[in-house]
Design a protein around this ligand. Structure first.
Ligand SMILES: [Zn+2]
Length: 261
């Protein structure tokens, strides 16, 4: 049994608010250590970017500041959602189709606040939670959809969730996009944004130095309130995500880990 599994089992016996408090402490500690000692300041560049987001909210939480800063300078930014987000209805007694539509509308509002035109937002509509199960032909079809978008927009920077982000769709998004870049044979900067990794990976037990190497921190102070506004427009998700989990994304820095291709 892995340490992650042991901890998940252990957490089941603890009260929910205690688990969240432990996760918050872990997340704040790891994030701040990386911010202070393990990352290089990075200046905003003018490279066109494409952000791949497993669900409607990951792009804004992980890269909202970067997106707003680039768009302010007129740099093209495209956002591609891989899943339809149907799994995140929480206690809402809504039918799946309704949840999908709500999340799409929230994504368009959040991205318009960040300066992204709706024509630069794509929804690949894979069923939420299914990305890691894509095999054979359906996996290759998804990779080809990603390749088409890379060919169309020719981004110089590509953003994906961290490869160890402790969520199956997030880790699968990394793998699918990396495979598409390899098949297309293009030279791009591939940058990982962390969403769940600090929250779910207990202290450094699960993290190795190579996982958090090549970290860059981007100051987003100038657009911080705009990012907060964009996050708030994800009303359906804000009701469900732990408040303490969201705290990290409201701050003045975003962290990215560069992948050596
Ligand atoms: Zn997600």
């Amino acid at each position: 049994m892995t340490i992650r599994r042991v901890l998940q089992e252990l957490y089941k016996f603890l009260p929910n608010d205690l688990v969240q408090r432990l996760q918050y402490l872990n997340s704040s500690l790891v994030f701040n250590l990386i911010l202070r000692f393990q990352s290089q300041p990075s200046k905003l560049n003018l490279k066109p970017a494409m952000v791949f987001s497993p669900h409607q909210d990951d792009e804004t939480l992980g890269c909202g500041g970067m997106i707003a800063l680039k768009r302010e300078k007129g740099v093209p930014v495209t956002v591609v959602f891989l899943t339809d987000g149907q799994g995140s209805g929480g206690s809402m007694s809504k039918i799946k189709e309704e949840i999908i539509q709500i999340r799409k509308q929230e994504a368009q509002s959040a991205l318009s606040i960040l300066g992204v035109d709706s024509s630069d937002v794509y929804f690949l509509d894979k069923p939420d939670g299914s990305l890691r199960d894509l095999l054979g032909e359906s996996k290759q079809k998804t990779i080809e959809q990603i390749i088409e978008l890379l060919k169309k927009y020719k981004p110089q920077e590509v953003y994906v969730p961290h490869y160890k982000d402790c969520h199956r769709d997030h880790e699968a998004t990394y793998t699918l996009v990396k495979e598409a870049i390899a098949q297309l044979g293009v030279d791009v900067d591939l940058l990982q944004y962390p969403i769940w990794i600090f929250w779910r990976a207990p202290l450094f037990i699960m993290l190795q130095l190579k996982d958090i190497a090549a970290a860059r921190k981007l100051s987003i102070t100038e657009v911080q309130s705009r990012k907060q506004q964009a996050i708030a427009s994800y009303c359906s998700q804000m009701q469900m995500l732990p408040r303490q989990f969201l705290n990290r994304f409201l701050g003045s820095y975003e962290i990215f880990f560069k992948v050596e291709l």
